[in-house]
Design a protein around this ligand. Structure first.
Ligand code: PA5
Length: 450
């Protein structure tokens, strides 16, 4: 089974060579056994490993049909969610949604008053549909945004019409959102029990907004499925996800504890945001883990480029490289040539951008920055489906190689408990009192400089 992506590893040496990667084969076999035998840590959350079982064809069809109906009845879909319930959809819509991406707006990923005020202004004269996504149904940020947007919509079109324009993606049976959706008769889709948020992009969580943006979700899922079959291989010479997972762990052991995901396509910005959550939340625990950072080149070459070229050598870089399929925008000849750019006349922007990539990868290698490239022939539903799955599978293997549970996120609870206590949520009375005392005890440390 072939995958529409490949790895260019020529700039990993001398820190890592393919032969050194292959020497990890028995460790990889051991972790593969745990993953596929469902005997490793977090094995209750492996539903994403088989995309076609997680999202059967009939469900893909139902999602596509619902998206089509929503598109016919609205100008804008507001997707409400946070973290894993939002980033995957945004990543794919931004990357391959083309002009349709302007029809999909996002809320619930922050609690900024200004953001929500501007959002309400922006949709004022639009026909709006809402996809509220929350597995737990109780996450504060999306729940607050939903309360605001739902009451706005109900006021606009009436409660009955609004209930036909709201789709809830949530747990099959429990949680506040499930209860509300059942009461209000919303169309619903299920977040599978055995799939964590950051691995859910290829379930209804990601697929409904993606389909609304006019993207072929059948192709996306089929490509992910094909990649999942290819990534069943344990052989490091055949499985790019496992190869990438080993490279990351080898570099981490050599003190490279920051990975920079870099691309020369601004429309991949949210892929990097999705990737940051996937790897940050999966691996960074028990005082371990690589810090996942991301840059958008060439713009960030004029800011972070200095740090990457000559800063502390505790990083490595992974490029997402697109090798074709881009629109042809030609640089014109200018008879005056005052800017001295006629040597570029007749070349396409894609050619120039690609040479910028090649120059950067080489320069960073010369600056002792090990780097590799994930090469995609073009950017479309097929390569996107394969890449999403590739990163997920690599993440699972990488976590096991690091001896952590890649499928939990105990650390994200800490701020929530404090926030609930400070906001006076019922049930948190003791913590509310303790935290208010603690915080007021530090007030004298605020320094003003007037
Ligand atoms: O990856 C995760 O599990 C988190 O990012 C969650 O998706 C996020 O916190 C949202 O949770 P929920 O879908 O329950 O609202």
């Amino acid at each position: 089974m072939s995958i529409p992506l490949s790895l260019d590893v020529k700039y990993l040496a001398p820190e890592v060579t393919p032969d050194e990667v292959y020497a990890w084969q028995s460790f990889v076999d051991f972790c593969h056994e745990k993953l596929h035998g469902h005997t490793g840590a977090g094995s209750d959350f492996l539903g994403w490993m088989d995309p076609s079982a997680m999202i059967p064809t009939e469900e893909v069809d139902r999602i596509a049909k619902t998206a089509q109906e929503l598109r016919a009845n609205s100008d804008i879909l507001i997707v409400i969610g946070i973290g894993g319930s939002y980033l995957g959809a945004r990543a794919v819509v931004e990357a391959i949604g083309g002009a349709e991406r302007s029809r999909v707006l996002f809320a619930g990923q922050n609690i900024s008053a200004e953001y929500h005020k501007e959002l309400l202004e922006c949709i004022e004269n639009k026909r709006v549909a809402i996809n509220m996504i929350s597995k737990s149904g109780t996450t504060t940020e999306p729940a607050v945004a939903f309360r605001i947007l739902r009451s706005w919509l109900e006021e606009k079109v009436g409660a009955e019409a609004a209930s036909k324009l709201i789709v809830a993606t949530t747990d099959a049976s429990k949680g506040a959102l499930r209860q509300l959706a059942d009461e209000q008769n919303y169309t619903t889709f299920v977040v599978p029990d055995d799939v964590g948020g950051r691995f859910s992009v290829l379930s209804a969580v990601g697929l409904l907004p993606i389909a609304y943006a006019g993207i072929d979700i059948k192709k996306l899922v089929a490509a992910a499925q094909a990649c999942s079959e290819a990534c069943m291989e344990t052989d490091l010479k055949k499985n790019p996800a496992y190869f990438y997972a080993v490279v990351r762990n080898m570099l981490y052991k050599k003190g490279k504890d920051i990975e920079v995901l870099a691309s020369f396509e601004p429309r991949l910005h949210y892929i990097a945001e999705w990737w940051k959550q996937l790897y940050g939340e999966s691996e960074a625990k028990e005082n371990m883990g690589i810090f996942p950072a991301a840059v958008d080149f060439t713009s960030d070459l004029h800011s972070m480029g200095q740090l990457i070229q000559q800063g502390k050598r505790n990083m490595f870089e992974t490029f997402v490289e697109i090798t074709g399929g881009e629109p042809e925008v030609v640089i014109p000849k200018d008879p005056a040539n005052l800017d001295g750019l006629n040597f570029l006349a007749g070349k396409t922007l894609f050619e120039v951008n690609h040479e910028a990539f090649r120059a950067t990868a080489l320069a960073h290698r010369e600056g002792n920055m090990p780097n590799m490239s994930i090469k995609l022939g073009r950017l479309d539903a097929e390569t996107m489906g394969a890449m999403l799955y590739f990163f997920e599978k690599a993440c699972a293997m990488s976590g096991y190689l690091l001896h952590v549970n890649p499928f939990n996120q105990p650390g994200v609870e800490a701020y929530k408990k404090h926030m609930f206590a400070l906001l006076g949520k019922p049930g948190f009375e003791k913590e509310t009192k303790e935290l208010r005392e603690l915080i007021s005890g530090t007030e004298g440390q605020e320094i003003s400089f007037d």
